[in-house]
Design a protein around this ligand. Structure first.
Ligand SMILES: Cc1cc2nc3c(=O)[nH]c(=O)nc-3n(C[C@H](O)[C@H](O)[C@H](O)COP(=O)(O)OP(=O)(O)OC[C@H]3O[C@@H](n4cnc5c(N)ncnc54)[C@H](O)[C@@H]3O)c2cc1C
Length: 390
């Protein structure tokens, strides 16, 4: 049987586009199905959604020949974690962890645009935009995908990278477990009087963390986690009132804000697919798992899924071989489960009852006083092997 592509990826967000670019760079025939249109270049103000890319994610993106625009990337070398009353504090520095930096912050749309630019130059990749799957059916050596534009495509493997509400996951009958934190993350893009571009900091308060993620120039993305009600009320404030609320709640080190550029909020949930694979099918990124964003790892673990799957596919002869897909699931489920558990316990340790919060403070103390543990934690968070060089 002649298949249209070796691999079809549904969802051209950052994770799906990165996998398509990596496989296309290796010369494999890839079809990328995206519900929206191709991303437009960014101009002017910074996009509200930004993400940190750690060492492994960056290496994976670069291995596809994708170039990230330096002027829209902000590398950072320090991570400062503390609690509001000052009883727990830990400063992680890249140098101490044997790294040049911890990675960089980049706008989601800038990364997605850079990946799509790369795809446009890869002859073995075809992008099908403004269409979505209606049904899918597995055969012995491949899988069919019926689209809502009247087309039917086929491939030896179909990958679902279509986000938290994945249609492909639903069509394949894969269920999820989920948990609602009843919290929202308010993202506020600001311009600041003080430069603090090489550090990202996070302060735990009893109602949720507040964080500063640096952007190039004297800009920053502030993240304010709080209850649904408190966040919705805060979103109604005028810019002046919001600026005042930030300056009285965020630590003094933020300094004065010179401008509130934009803000929006997102609900916080965690979610895990019961299976990552099916017959000639695999799920990656948010389609497979959604983690609490407080550690900035959701996109990173999605890109690590794509990296692992790409390696396995490139080593084998049949991309949809079930034993290879099982290897993918075993490797990635264990790593993602550990990240879900870590971010979940961070949330409960720092926003739970008083005794739990004291335990959280103790963990920051320990991290500060045991350099080896600190270095291993940082390497793990960077997607590197923490046991190397011990
Ligand atoms: C407030 C907040 C802050 C975060 N900060 C960080 C951070 O600092 N670092 C980090 O690593 N992660 C962070 N994350 C998580 C990160 O944003 C996500 O994990 C990441 O965007 C997931 O990428 P994805 O490509 O898997 O899914 P998505 O970004 O959801 O992309 C899915 C793509 O599939 C397309 N699609 C959807 N349905 C269909 C369909 N039926 N057919 C075809 N196409 C479809 C969509 O149009 C989209 O292009 C944060 C999340 C939140 C909520």
């Amino acid at each position: 049987m002649q298949w249209d592509h070796e691999i079809i990826i549904v969802g051209g967000g950052m994770v799906g586009a990165a996998l398509a670019a990596r496989l296309g760079h290796a010369g494999m025939s890839v079809g990328l199905v995206e519900r929206g249109s191709a991303p437009a270049p960014l101009s002017g103000d910074y996009d509200l959604r930004i993400s940190s890319l750690n060492a492994r994610s960056l290496a994976f993106v670069k291995a596809s020949g994708t170039e990230l625009p330096e002027e829209r990337c902000c590398p950072f070398r320090h991570i400062d974690v503390s609690n509001q009353d000052g009883t727990g504090h830990s400063l992680f520095s890249a140098e101490e962890s044997g790294m040049d930096d911890f990675g960089l912050f980049i706008e989601n749309r800038t990364l997605q645009y850079a990946l799509w630019q790369r795809l446009a130059n890869l002859p073995s990749v075809t992008c099908y935009t403004e269409c979505a799957p209606l049904s899918t059916m597995a055969a012995t050596t491949g899988r069919m995908l019926e689209l809502d534009n009247g087309k039917t495509l086929s491939a030896r493997l179909i990958v679902g990278a279509d986000g938290a509400r994945s249609t492909l996951r639903e069509l394949s009958g894969i269920s999820i477990s989920s948990y609602d934190y009843h919290q929202r993350a308010m993202i506020i893009n600001v311009e600041t009087e003080l430069p603090q571009q090489d550090i990202s900091w996070q302060v735990f308060t009893p109602t949720g963390p507040i964080a500063m993620l640096p952007l190039p120039g004297q800009r920053a993305s502030l993240v304010w986690y709080d209850s649904d009600e408190a966040t919705k009320a805060r979103e109604q404030l005028s810019d002046e009132a919001l600026q005042h609320a930030i300056e009285t709640t965020f630590p003094k080190r933020l300094g004065k804000l010179t401008r509130i550029v934009a803000h929006a909020s997102f609900p916080i949930k965690r979610q895990h697919a019961k299976r990552y694979i099916g017959k000639r099918l695999a799920l990656i990124g948010d389609a497979a798992h959604v983690v609490h964003p407080l550690a900035g790892q959701g996109l990173n673990i999605g890109l690590h899924d794509a990296d692992t799957l790409a390696e396995i596919i490139m080593q084998g002869r049949d991309p949809g071989d079930y034993l290879n897909l099982l290897r993918f699931e075993c490797q990635r489920r264990a790593a993602n489960q550990a990240m879900i558990a870590a971010t979940d316990s961070f949330h409960h340790l720092f926003t739970g009852s008083r005794p739990l919060r004291q335990l959280g403070d103790l963990s920051l103390h320990l991290a500060e006083r045991v350099p080896l543990a600190k270095r291993m934690m940082m390497q793990q968070a960077n997607g590197l092997n923490p046991f190397k060089n011990i």
